[in-house]
Design a protein around this ligand. Structure first.
Ligand code: ZN
Length: 385
């Protein structure tokens, strides 16, 4: 078989396997795995690990104290001397608490697969599993070692997995992230905004609002002025946004507010903008005499700039075309672990997971017939990268 028809051959092989994909997806979804509940998350981890072990992959379970264990899976299973590594990255935790299945059961209706974590991103893990199966079955010669990393805390900021992800990414020539795609056409994510959280605390001076207003420094007023100031830094076209989404301050209506606080969601599409925004925030100075500002926080995930994805995206598009599929790209306003690997300069392509809709919501679902296609696309990328 020539290389040029490998993607089409992979797709032919995978299409009839949809029923098996669905049954494994069902098992993954029935094992609820909220990021914040270690015991159920660990049960899901064990089920995922078992599927990979069945295929002879080398599975390492990396124990975590407070979160579900992470899984590192290597292929080929024996330590090969192949130079180079490809990283397939995803998470098995979901935003849905235990018991969600009772009101949001796993079900397939009109070609859509519903259930907590189907779209974000258990279907992605299933697709990766079948991608490996297909490569194995077709005896595609792999040029590089493949490492699959399934983590347990992506939905809560990846505190326990970040180091592991970064270490593995540094050893890799490319990273394929199985986060959901966008829209019915399954757009890949070739850029993602950097995301962070800043906290602005104003210290004023309390005083009786009626008897001695001149002695007070109103922290709420100062905070309002600061918000009005940084609100003007928003630049939708450049992908810069700041939103004070939580504010609090003051104690009683007749006491001039001594303290006020805002938590600000910050996002930027470019690295340079991220740095500038952080600098500007930390350079904020009080506008009211006697007030003091305390600024905390900053970006948690740097932006994934398109240049880090461009080459992998062209490859994906041409492989998809060989399967008779057309594939597009988009910019995502939210971050993922792809931001972490892209920030290291490692070529990263995100949104390779499921096609569907409704992430983090009650109507979360995957379009069933796309699962073999996406598995074939990933398999082809792994063979051709
Ligand atoms: Zn996700």
């Amino acid at each position: 078989m020539t290389q040029s028809n490998l993607p089409a051959a992979l797709l032919r092989l995978l299409k009839p396997r949809l029923p098996q994909m669905l049954s494994i997806l069902r098992a993954f979804v029935l094992a609820e795995s909220p990021s914040l509940e270690k015991a159920p998350a660990d049960r899901c981890c064990a089920i995922v690990a078992a599927e990979w072990r069945k295929r002879g992959a080398r599975v390492e379970r990396l124990p975590q104290k407070h979160r579900g264990d992470h899984l590192r899976i290597a292929w080929p299973p024996q330590n090969s001397r192949t130079p180079g590594q490809l990283l397939v990255l995803g998470h098995y935790d979901t935003v849905h608490a235990s018991g969600t299945l009772a009101k949001m059961p796993f079900r397939i209706s009109a070609g859509k697969i519903y259930g907590p974590g189907t779209f974000d991103m258990k279907a992605g893990i299933v697709q990766a599993l079948f991608a490996l199966d297909a490569l194995h079955q077709i005896r595609a010669p792999l040029r590089k070692r493949i490492v699959f990393l399934w983590t347990s805390d992506e939905e809560i900021g990846s505190d326990s997995s970040r180091k592991l992800i970064e270490e593995e990414a540094r050893r890799s020539d490319a990273v394929f992230v199985l986060e959901p795609s966008l829209g019915p056409g399954g757009l890949l994510k070739t850029a993602r905004k950097g995301v962070g959280e800043a906290e602005i605390i104003v210290h004023g001076r309390a005083s009786h609002a009626g008897l001695a207003p001149q002695d007070g420094v109103n922290a709420v007023h100062e905070l309002a002025r600061q918000i009005a100031r940084f609100q003007q830094w928003n630049n939708v076209r450049r992908g810069i946004s700041l939103n004070a989404d939580i504010i609090e301050g003051g104690t009683r209506v007749n006491v001039i507010a001594e303290r006020a606080r805002a938590v600000v969601d910050i996002r930027a599409l470019r690295l340079a903008d991220m740095r500038q925004l952080e600098k500007r925030l930390h350079a904020l100075r009080p506008l009211t005499r006697g007030a003091r500002l305390e600024i905390r926080g900053g970006f948690n995930r740097a932006p994934m700039e398109r240049k880090v994805s461009a080459a992998l995206f062209s490859l994906a598009r041409s492989l998809a075309a060989q399967m008779g599929l057309s594939i597009g790209e988009c910019v995502a306003g939210g971050g993922s672990d792809g931001n972490l690997t892209a920030a290291l300069g490692v070529p990263t392509l995100d949104g390779l997971g499921a096609v569907g809709d409704g992430a983090h919501s009650a109507h979360e679902h995957v379009i069933a017939k796309t699962m073999p296609q996406r598995a074939a696309l990933l398999a082809a990328l792994l063979a051709e990268s």
